[in-house]
Write a protein that binds this ligand. Structure first.
Ligand SMILES: Cc1cc2nc3c(=O)[nH]c(=O)nc-3n(C[C@H](O)[C@H](O)[C@H](O)COP(=O)(O)OP(=O)(O)OC[C@H]3O[C@@H](n4cnc5c(N)ncnc54)[C@H](O)[C@@H]3O)c2cc1C
Length: 446
């Protein structure tokens, strides 16, 4: 009789853990799953810590509630699967702002990462060059074409929409620049629509209509007590053996399978950032990463605007590129003593040298800049924490999606790639990516 398979999941971020969970749910009974994680903890970019005694996210903070295809996002489904339905909470306010020349202007609604469907709606923060977005008698993009987000939006709507809206919004997610990031990788729905529609506003309308949100449904959710609870619950429920401090440096084909560290396994899910995954596969890495630092301040009774936070366009010249008012945004993070938790995100791709400064100096700079951006002097923090993420966010170049498909086509059926280095940034995307990789190796084994 055939023995039950052994599967290695390399990388214990949320993509790897979701793969392990899917293997638990769908692999033949008796399948052994081992997660190899190089660091001392699972979770990768998901990490909850403490500031002034409150649980605070030191990495990813929240996830989309809805899947673009409809229904729960993969992150919400996973949280429910591991018994955390009751721990899911939604922001008390979703209203964010843009810091523009000394004021905090409300972020316009009805855009796709800042690309407007209705040009009137963004007029208060950026004047679109409406005359450029004319119908040229053919789709904006060819059937397989990709383009930098900035190039497309500058061409169709002018520089202000990119510099004041799209670039800060993309910067908030990717710490990168619209002029370099691939449309197909960062906004797949818009890329699909742009292969059919003749105007950019038409393409945005069509992309928004393809993924309608039921009225009243919140956009984001998080887990009370922190996203590390989700990590721990998935690790536990997966039943996988979790090996910490276990970097995998080589993946060798051996008779009957793959050699992973001291083990021989039948199949492998590589849920690693692009560079270590490329090293194991003996290929060139597909992309580069931006490094960022998150600086969380605990401020005694500050007078903060009623906003979830704000984004700062690169042209404003601050180190701070985004701020989140945790205690305003999340009811569960409000404290009886009035101390408010505010997190600033610092660092854009290509500006890593600006992060080469000590923690106390970074805290001072962030505190000073936040006071200026908010428009009132903020009280001195009673606690502060700097979390640096080297190699944090993938910078998807134009053509990334096609290169990933080509790389996957070269892999043996018992090896699959998962995670943000390939399929996109964000907890739901990485969960889905891990689950798909698990399904793929199960197919390869059958
Ligand atoms: C600062 C920040 C804030 C974010 N905020 C949000 C947010 O609010 N909402 C959202 O949806 N997304 C957010 N994201 C994005 C999201 O967190 C990531 O896209 C996602 O967590 C990536 O998961 P992953 O499993 O692909 O990779 P990772 O989390 O990078 O996990 C990869 C794991 O592989 C391990 N590893 C590396 N090399 C080896 C090796 N050789 N052997 C074994 N293990 C190895 C690493 O230690 C790591 O644990 C944020 C990201 C960052 C950096």
């Amino acid at each position: 009789m055939k023995r039950p398979p052994k599967v290695a999941v390399i990388g214990g971020g949320i993509a790897g853990l979701a793969a392990a969970m899917r293997l638990r749910d769908r692999a033949p009974s008796g399948t052994t799953v081992t997660v190899y994680e190089q660091s001392g903890a699972v979770g990768g970019k998901l990490r909850t810590g403490a500031v002034a005694g409150s649980a605070v996210e030191l990495g990813a903070e929240a996830f989309l509630v809805r899947d673009p295809e409809g229904g729960d996002s993969a992150a919400v489904a996973l949280a429910r699967r591991v018994g955390l339905s009751d721990a899911l909470v939604h922001p008390a306010t979703g209203q964010a702002a843009l810091a523009l020349h000394g004021t905090l202007a409300p972020m316009p609604g009805g855009t796709l990462l800042g690309v407007p469907a209705d040009l009137e709606k963004v007029a208060a923060v950026a004047r679109p060059a409406a005359e450029r977005d004319h119908d040229g008698g053919r789709p904006l993009l060819g059937p397989e074409e990709d383009i930098a987000v900035g190039a497309l939006v500058r061409r169709r709507l002018g520089d202000e929409v990119v510099d004041r809206l799209v670039d800060p919004l993309l910067g908030g997610v990717y710490a990168g620049r619209a002029d370099r990031l691939s449309l197909a990788a960062t906004m797949p729905g818009l890329a699909r629509a742009a292969r059919v529609e003749h105007t950019l506003s038409g393409a945005v309308r069509s992309a928004l209509a393809a993924a309608p949100r039921p009225p009243g449904l919140p956009v984001f959710a998080t887990v009370t007590g922190g996203v590390s609870r989700l990590v721990a619950a998935v690790a536990e429920a997966s039943g996988a053996e979790i090996r910490l401090g276990a970097p995998v440096r080589e993946l060798v084909r051996v008779p009957g399978g793959w050699q992973v560290g001291p083990d021989t396994v039948d199949a492998v899910v590589l849920a690693l950032p692009a560079r270590p995954a490329a090293r194991l596969l003996g290929v060139e890495p597909l992309l580069d990463y931006a490094s960022v630092a998150l600086v969380t301040l605990a401020l005694p009774a500050p007078r903060l605007p009623e906003l979830s936070g704000f984004l700062v366009p690169a042209g404003e010249g601050t180190l701070v590129k985004a701020a989140t008012f945790f205690s305003t945004k999340w009811a569960h993070m409000r404290r009886d003593d009035g101390v408010a938790l505010v997190r600033a995100s610092v660092g854009r791709y290509g500006e890593e040298h600006l992060l080469h400064t000590g923690d106390p100096e970074l805290v001072r700079t962030v505190h000073t800049e936040l006071s200026t951006l908010v428009g009132i002097p903020l009280p001195e923090p009673v606690d502060a924490r700097v979390q640096r993420w080297g190699g944090a966010l993938p910078q998807y170049p134009v053509g990334h999606v096609a290169r990933v498909a080509a790389l996957r086509a070269t892999l043996p059926p018992t090896v699959a790639l998962a995670g943000a280095g390939y399929d996109g940034v964000g907890i739901p995307i990485c969960v889905r990516s891990g689950e798909t990789a698990a399904d793929d190796v199960l197919k390869g084994l059958s």
